[in-house]
Design a protein. Structure first.
Length: 126
């Protein structure tokens, strides 16, 4: 495989891993409800309950693997192009995950904004 193809694949995987981690955390927060910050004990109990989920552990692994993938990709790519592409992938992945699995609504404004981000990424990467 060509190094440049591998580098862009790593950018894609980094964005996917980071977006997946954010989705997992948000999903778990939705399951547990709002965090009561009335005392340290309540916060610690909430966080312990939060971390009991094996899926959250998988999200934590994804969260920490994302920068490693990104840094390896940067070895072969220009930052001024690669970073906007990474952000564009994030926007797309988070939008899809939020709509499909968190029940967040699709609005015309969100669709237009997502398309504008992707258009900007295309123009930068061109």
């Amino acid at each position: 495989m060509k190094p440049i193809v591998l580098a862009w694949g790593l950018v894609f995987l980094s964005a996917l891993a980071d977006s997946f981690a954010a989705f997992i955390v948000k999903r778990r927060f939705n399951e547990l409800g709002a965090l009561d910050v009335s005392s340290i004990r309540v916060i610690v109990t909430y966080l312990i309950e939060f971390l009991k989920s094996p899926v959250v552990i998988l999200g934590v692994i994804a969260y920490f693997s994302a920068p490693a993938l990104w840094f390896v990709a940067l070895n072969r790519l220009n930052l001024s192009v690669a970073y906007p592409v990474l952000v564009g992938f994030h926007v797309l992945f988070v939008f899809i995950l939020a709509v499909l699995f968190l029940g967040e609504g699709i609005t015309t404004r969100k669709i237009i904004a997502t398309l504008l981000v992707l258009l900007a990424v295309y123009l930068i990467a061109e």
